[in-house]
Design a protein around this ligand. Sequence first.
Ligand SMILES: *[C@@H]1O[C@H](CO)[C@@H](O)[C@H](O)[C@H]1NC(C)=O
Ligand SMILES: *[C@@H]1O[C@H](CO)[C@@H](O)[C@H](O)[C@H]1NC(C)=O
Ligand SMILES: *[C@@H]1O[C@H](CO)[C@@H](O)[C@H](O)[C@H]1NC(C)=O
Ligand SMILES: *[C@@H]1O[C@H](CO)[C@@H](O)[C@H](O)[C@H]1NC(C)=O
Ligand SMILES: *[C@@H]1O[C@H](CO)[C@@H](O)[C@H](O)[C@H]1NC(C)=O
Length: 364
Amino acid sequence: MGTTSTDCWSIFAPLLANAICCPQLEATLAILMGQSSIDTRTLALNETVSKHCLSDIEKILAGQGAANNVNKICSIRPSNLTEGSCPVKDVNEFEGTVDSSKLLSACENIDPVKECCDQVCQNAILETATKLALKASEVLIIAGSHGITEHSTKVDDCKHIALRWLAGKLEPSRAKEVLRGLSNCKVNRVCPLVFPDMRHVAKGCGNDISNKTECCSAMENYVSHLQKQSLITNLQALDCATTLGMKLQRSNITKDVYSLCHITLKDFSLQVAKQESGCLLPSLPSDATFDHSSGISFICDLNDNIPAHWPSKSQLSAPCNKTIKIPALPAAANAQIGLYNEDVIFYVLFAASAVTMMLLQSFV
Ligand SMILES: *[C@@H]1O[C@H](CO)[C@@H](O)[C@H](O)[C@H]1NC(C)=O
Ligand SMILES: *[C@@H]1O[C@H](CO)[C@@H](O)[C@H](O)[C@H]1NC(C)=O
Ligand SMILES: *[C@@H]1O[C@H](CO)[C@@H](O)[C@H](O)[C@H]1NC(C)=O
Ligand SMILES: *[C@@H]1O[C@H](CO)[C@@H](O)[C@H](O)[C@H]1NC(C)=O
Ligand SMILES: *[C@@H]1O[C@H](CO)[C@@H](O)[C@H](O)[C@H]1NC(C)=O
């Protein structure tokens, strides 16, 4: 709970929501349910109890410094702690239905980098969830497309049951590592940024980029809107560069405007105000930490200036075959410190290797 409170620290919660805060909150909920299932023998709460639990948890977290609306920030509702449409919630029934030792051995130790491509644990969870989902009615297999939608919702709900079961079988700290590792694979697969209308870029870079200055200034202006949204990981930045590149190509901008305008991955990240330097989280973001003298800190990388890659079709289908190599974790020398105090809320990044200090932004 302490780690979650820090990861979801008041003003940082929205900025860290996608990559750190919400994955950690979801892991915590699964662990609380998994651990309580050791006594209750059930992997789900009813809606009434769920409502009370969520409200209590939110208050406890807020008492430790978290934003007071984390459930809203992370879209967690009472229904998320129920069994949903999964037909199995009882621990004994679960263990009697699936190959639970296989699930445990596939998931008790995951390599968070390899897992995202090999999907050893993710496949075991899918297999488990599918078995659970089919328990109620084999009829669904032969049902039409409506049945398939229903079936996939069931499988998704059963995945949550499987994760809670797993969280009950592992030490909480181990469970956290596993659950965060799994959610991280999901996080890194999607660009969380919202792309505003690109009419101006299309115009500035139109006519086969007749005017480079105009085109690049339109691009810069465009990416500046992306830079105010959220802290993202380096792999998400790759996804974002690909997504934007595809959108630009659909607007008939076929030339590589990234290289023309020197757009780097860091241009997609939250910017440090003065020096215009991005701050990308590592692909396995570490938890935020708190200490009384330096405030909230988390690691982000200021040093790699990886050019954004203009997408081609071949790149899209191979998410695990990225030609641009990015280290899972930035070098230890790149530790950064985010400072927080009550009067002026600011955030200082310190890049040890570059020995630069930068003021990110004042939210006040
Ligand atoms: C919900 O669960 C609690 C505790 O297991 C139980 O006391 C309560 O009657 C249940 N409520 C409903 C509506 O089923
Ligand atoms: C909670 O459940 C809703 C559907 O009831 C779903 O849309 C949402 O993604 C779930 N939230 C999480 C964090 O799983
Ligand atoms: C390119 O656009 C800029 C800004 O709109 C303008 O100042 C400049 O004259 C243009 N250059 C050419 C060659 O048209
Ligand atoms: C792209 O160019 C084609 C052919 O010149 C044109 O038909 C289409 O409307 C253009 N699309 C956009 C989004 O400008
Ligand atoms: C992975 O990348 C290499 C080198 O770019 C390429 O030769 C290979 O075909 C790719 N594999 C897949 C499955 O896309």
